[in-house]
Ligand binder design. Structure first.
Ligand code: PXP
Length: 241
């Protein structure tokens, strides 16, 4: 079984495109958790163009009513982000090496270069009881270092897998991702995955049981235009066991 954490950034984007609080992030989170999703993810970027720092607080308040569900806040660990995460104390914080103007996350950490900057950040978050995840490319060789600098989990960046789905490259990519996941498990980490996962491709990635949690937002929101939010969340839950 793989946990589903629904990324609500696109709900934030829709809301922010007009001045009103519509759609309301907390209502959508509540509806999603009531359908049985394990968690909610948001990725506040410095310009807060999708999820905002206030959303982090509002969702944490909601999650108090769902003792078995988790809030995952992801983002680049600048001062503003870290202040919010330390205040809100989500269950999980996923650190992502994206720069402020990036359209979306498009690479994992380079730990050889960034390990000295990451160690104190990881220590600070863990000292508050927050599980720390590092967003990583699917490279088996880097998993031991992620463990060594203090991460609890890695999140495998799955765009390359999603692009290979439905092509001849799929077996090779699946082997690469499963190899990276196994290396992470062997190093003592747990494994999340995310980016460009959808109703078509999520099952093959997760059926080995190596992936603990997926976070899915963009495709899920688009699929919901077609099928309806509730149907789509339920379809993911069925596929993830
Ligand atoms: N993981 C990270 C680090 C992300 O930045 C995102 C997108 O915000 C996701 C997972 C989810 O990707 P998608 O929106 O394509 O499902």
């Amino acid at each position: 079984m793989t946990h589903l954490s629904v990324n609500l950034n696109k709900i934030g984007l829709l809301r922010n495109s007009r001045g009103r609080d519509y759609p309301n992030m907390v209502s959508m989170a509540k509806r999603t958790l009531d359908l049985g999703a394990f968690g909610i993810t948001i990725h506040p970027r410095p310009d807060q163009r999708h999820a905002t720092y206030q959303d982090c607080h509002d969702l944490k308040n909601l999650l108090k009513h769902y003792p078995n569900a988790e809030l995952n806040i992801e983002g680049f660990p600048d001062d503003a982000f870290l202040n919010v995460v330390l205040e809100v104390q989500p269950h999980q914080c996923t650190l992502v090496p994206d720069d402020p103007n990036q359209l979306t996350s498009d690479h994992g950490w380079n730990l050889s270069r960034d390990q000295d900057a990451l160690r104190p950040v990881i220590n600070k978050l863990k000292a508050q009881g927050i599980r720390v995840v590092l967003f990583m490319d699917p490279d088996a060789d880097n998993m031991a270092m992620a463990k060594e600098i203090g991460a609890d989990r890695v999140e495998l960046y799955t765009e390359a897998y999603a692009n290979a789905y439905d092509t001849d490259a799929l077996p090779e990519l699946l082997a690469q991702y499963h190899g990276a996941a196994q290396a992470a498990l062997d190093a003592g980490l747990e494994v999340n995955a995310g980016h460009d996962l959808d109703l078509q491709n999520v099952e093959a990635l997760c059926e080995t049981g190596l992936i603990k949690e997926v976070s899915i937002g963009h495709a899920l929101t688009i699929e919901a235009l077609d099928l309806g939010w509730d149907n789509v969340v339920k379809a993911y839950l069925e596929k993830l066991g």
